[in-house]
Ligand binder design. Structure first.
Ligand SMILES: [Mg+2]
Length: 398
């Protein structure tokens, strides 16, 4: 089998990848809806993969994997990798998880990091109201993550939150030392949320990036009575093109509160230090940024050997991304906690993609059997999808 074309269309903000072959089998992939600008980056790889056998996924990946980088520049490579597995599964007549070694679990747990309600303010009562709304969602999420501190509007909206000047612009630009008032405000908001949740759900917090090491230690120690699932991305994280494992290790060694990072990290090599030094307790690679499904599986196995847990990032990976997550999560070892449920607010996505269960999430779980078809197990209803293409992508499904 040979690859005959690589196409990319932007649908509802999501870059969608389609790879065709000389045997009529095709594969699809998807990147986050925050990255419509990736289209030319996806097409950049076309010349490297044309004529290759897509069922030799690793051999194709060796041609393009080194030409990517940390978030957002690993996403194009990752979306192409999804499409290759889709083809390889269809060619073999098995779901992708079978090609990853087979499933370890029949259901995969998801957590809520993306199904959101508008925050009415930044005071403790607003955090309490907001978490109550998320707990009432029909998905029955057993773990909910809330953004606080530098991963919220606190630097702008809480007076004298930190000893820096609030910055505007691209995601999470603020960084600096907290004031005592800032630290106390964060703690009060967590107390208010825990008063609502009790032990009914696991509470995780997305915190940054932006913390200094002393503040990260202070917050983590203050959180110890609350049995949080994890504190995410305090020092580095989303859109930080480096890891700083030694700093994370200092924080992790100082507290019993689990410390989490890794959503922006590209490739297994860049997880090595975090894992080998046990610099965090939980890592959150995103299959749509790390380099794909197999890269995520590899890192999960290596993490398991070092006592590091897995909670993959996925907020805006879309419904094809959801399928990729489910196959990878089904095949992960027992260090798997839950994946971050990719929720898409454009309801039409659920009409134009076939193969998704209804409802998708029940009691915080997704049935792997729902994706028990060759490949990723989801495909476009082309007639319905056509009307969501931009005019310049009119030939995407040809
Ligand atoms: Mg995060």
């Amino acid at each position: 089998m040979k690859i005959t074309d690589l196409k990319c269309a932007v649908m509802g903000g999501y870059p969608i990848v389609r790879i065709t072959t000389d045997e009529g089998i095709e594969g699809i992939g998807q990147a986050e809806c925050s990255k419509p600008y990736l289209k030319p980056h996806v097409l950049f790889y076309k010349k490297y993969i044309l004529g290759e056998d897509p069922t030799d996924v690793e051999r194709v990946m060796l041609k393009i994997r080194r030409l990517g980088s940390f978030k957002p520049w690993g996403a194009a490579v990752s979306a192409i990798e999804f499409a290759l597995w889709d083809i390889a599964g269809k060619a073999a007549g098995v779901p992708v998880y079978k090609l990853l070694g087979g499933k370890v679990r029949d259901q995969v747990r998801v957590y809520n990091g993306g199904v959101r309600f508008k925050m009415e303010g930044l005071e403790p009562e607003h955090f309490a109201d907001n978490i109550a709304k998320m707990m009432a969602r029909p998905e029955g999420f057993s773990i909910i993550k809330q953004g606080i501190a530098f991963h919220s509007w606190m630097p702008h909206g809480v007076p004298d939150f930190f000893y820096g000047t609030p910055q505007e612009g691209p995601p999470h630009p603020n960084r600096g030392l907290l004031t005592e008032r800032g630290l106390k405000h964060i703690i009060a908001c967590v107390e208010a949320m825990k008063a609502v949740t009790g032990d009914k759900i696991g509470l995780a917090l997305d915190c940054g990036p932006g913390f200094t090491v002393p503040d990260a230690i202070r917050l983590a120690k203050a959180m110890e009575p609350y049995n949080l699932m994890w504190l995410e991305d305090m020092l580095t994280g989303d859109y930080t093109p480096y890891v700083m494992a030694d700093l994370y290790r200092e924080v992790t060694r100082s507290t019993s509160t689990p410390i989490h990072t890794g959503e922006q990290i590209y490739l297994r090599q860049n997880f090595r230090e975090l894992i080998e030094k046990k610099a965090v307790n939980v890592i959150g690679p995103d299959p749509a940024d790390i380099g794909g499904i197999a890269e995520l599986k590899w890192v999960a196995e290596y993490a398991d050997m070092h006592g590091v847990l897995m909670a993959p990032h996925g907020t805006i990976d879309g419904v094809i991304g959801l399928a990729a997550h489910v196959h990878a999560a089904a095949a992960m070892p027992h260090n798997y906690i839950a994946l971050e449920y990719p929720y898409t607010s454009d309801e039409w996505w659920y009409d134009i993609v076939e193969g998704l269960p209804t409802p998708i999430v029940k009691n915080s779980m997704i049935d792997v059997a729902a994706f028990n078809r060759p490949g990723l197990g989801v495909k476009f209803d082309v007639d319905k999808a056509l009307k969501h293409l931009e005019p310049e992508d009119a030939d995407f499904f040809d």
